[in-house]
Design a protein around this ligand. Structure first.
Ligand SMILES: Nc1ncnc2c1ncn2[C@@H]1O[C@H](COP(=O)(O)OP(=O)(O)OP(=O)(O)O)[C@@H](O)[C@H]1O
Length: 467
């Protein structure tokens, strides 16, 4: 991964540094002319919440242009650096004009770089779907947690008669819904060149609709959406309680389904649990196929890291660091990827070798925040049961191999799965010295490469502790 795409900010000027990096990336990709005219005037307003970035422009015209061409791209750029960002609002600076609509960019792909300047309305005619290039079926790692959703997505993306529609995908945050939706878009476009594919978040749907209402021109908006061969609407929950938007959304859904076109909707929960969404919309969702993506298993998380490493030819991250990240960042794959990026970037910036201590020091807060609270007591209990020992054996002075090896495994797991220091771990194992813990950790690391039985036991135990 090129270093220019990653930033490891310190706490103080984190946002300002991220913004500087985003501008650099935009200048590189957009070219000087486009950048100077449309993007350079953007100002960062850092007075708001850390996870909702606010950008301002000097005029409503510029705001509209940047929103329609760069909202997704800006959001995507910020998220690559600050994974906790939830929204990017693009507004007109209040000094010049009353605040314009707040455009909140969704978890979406980058918009294509417009080759030339034109009025926003004219550009929307040549709009291409904003699909993130990385989000393809090939790059989606499949296991039992997401297989049904993956197969359903592939089936819907196949050209030919539409077998079911809509496809409704739901999962917790950062678990691959947007990835699958964009993969459908890529696949369908490759199979049916020239097809009209539209990808947007429900929030974007709302802002575009409200903007059309304000401009007293909803015709173009309706016509654009209803002409889609494949319509992908992400994060439906965002229009909960928005009656006018839901009314329009309902008609759009009806038109698309009535015309036998493909429709994919995602949300953070199943249709029946979507509070604030009209029953008639929920009813439509249930007509097609509803598929959920479950929390990623340890194996899945680990494989995703391996895939990412394959893309980062110049990065050297040892297996035990990848194991640790997969074990400790459990729910959200976006966070998992962000953590790996951060470790790699920090390694490159400091020139230090990446090892476990380095990764833990770099990620401190991230790990503490996402860690499931595994305790050393739990580890000792589980390891002793696994090896048919008593917990007291692990803290005893017995040196017999049948006890010593499980003890080393328990120490290794304590180091890997808790934030306890080496001396603390030593104390919990019958008052042993921290050098004994280091020795145990190293020994188990070696054995995991050479002894399948030990490696197998460690994997089973980790999975159980992880839940
Ligand atoms: N099974 C998977 N294989 C490979 N990468 C994945 C997988 N699942 C998720 N990811 C990656 O994790 C990141 C977050 O995924 P994505 O944005 O699709 O999640 P989401 O469920 O749409 O999140 P949100 O609810 O916040 O919109 C993306 O970079 C995506 O490529």
């Amino acid at each position: 991964m090129p270093l220019s795409q990653i930033l490891v900010p310190d706490d103080a000027g984190e946002l300002a540094q991220a913004w500087a990096q985003v501008r650099t990336n935009l200048r590189e990709s957009a070219g000087a002319r486009l950048f100077d005219q449309w993007l350079k005037p953007i100002q960062l307003d850092d007075s708001g919440d850390a996870d909702r970035i606010r950008l301002t422009l000097p005029s409503a015209f510029m705001t509209n242009w940047v929103r329609s061409h760069y909202a997704d791209r800006l959001y995507h750029e910020f998220r690559a650096i600050l994974p906790y960002v939830r929204a990017v609002a693009i507004e007109t600076a209040p000094a010049r004009e009353a605040p314009a609509l707040v455009a909140i960019a969704p978890v979406q792909a980058q918009a294509p770089i417009a080759p030339a300047m034109a009025e926003p309305a004219a550009l929307s005619d040549v709009e291409r779907p904003a699909l993130e290039p990385r989000y393809t079926f090939d790059r989606f790692v499949v296991d039992q947690s997401n297989r049904v959703a993956f197969n359903a997505a592939k089936a819907l993306a196949e050209p030919g008669p539409v077998r079911f529609s809509p496809l409704f995908l739901h999962s917790g945050t950062g678990q691959g819904k947007t990835h699958l939706m964009h993969a459908i878009g890529h696949f369908f476009l490759a199979a049916v060149p020239g097809a009209r594919v539209i990808a947007m978040s429900a929030e974007r749907f709302m802002f575009d609709f409200v903007a059309a209402l304000r401009a007293r021109d909803t015709f173009a908006f309706k016509a654009r959406l209803r002409s889609a061969d494949l319509l992908l609407i992400d994060d439906l929950q965002f229009i909960a309680g928005k009656d006018a938007t839901q009314e329009e959304f309902f008609h759009t859904v009806n038109e698309i389904m009535g015309a036998g076109k493909r429709l994919v909707i995602s949300a953070d929960r199943c249709p029946q649990a979507l509070d604030g969404i009209e029953q008639r919309i929920i009813g439509r969702m249930a007509i097609g196929l509803v598929a959920d993506i479950k929390a990623p298993s340890l194996e899945l998380r680990r494989t995703i890291l391996d895939r990412k490493m394959a893309d980062m030819a110049d990065a050297n991250v040892p297996c035990d660091v990848l194991d640790m990240l997969a074990a400790r960042i459990t729910g959200n794959i976006r966070e998992l990827e962000g953590a790996l990026n951060r470790v790699v970037a920090y390694g490159q910036l400091t020139g230090e070798t990446i090892d476990l201590d380095f990764a833990v020091a770099t990620l401190g807060d991230v790990l503490r925040g996402s860690q499931r609270r595994v305790t050393i007591d739990e580890i000792q209990k589980l390891v002793s049961t696994h090896f048919d020992l008593k917990p007291v054996d692990l803290v005893s002075a017995r040196r017999a191999r049948a006890v010593a090896r499980p003890r080393q495994i328990a120490m290794y797991l304590s180091k890997r799965l808790t934030t306890r220091s080496l001396p603390e771990i030593g104390r919990k194992f019958g008052g042993r010295d921290h050098s004994t813990v280091i020795h145990a950790v190293r020994r188990i690391e070696e054995l995991r490469d050479t002894d399948r039985e030990v490696d197998g036991a460690v994997r089973v135990l980790m999975r159980e502790l992880e839940g």
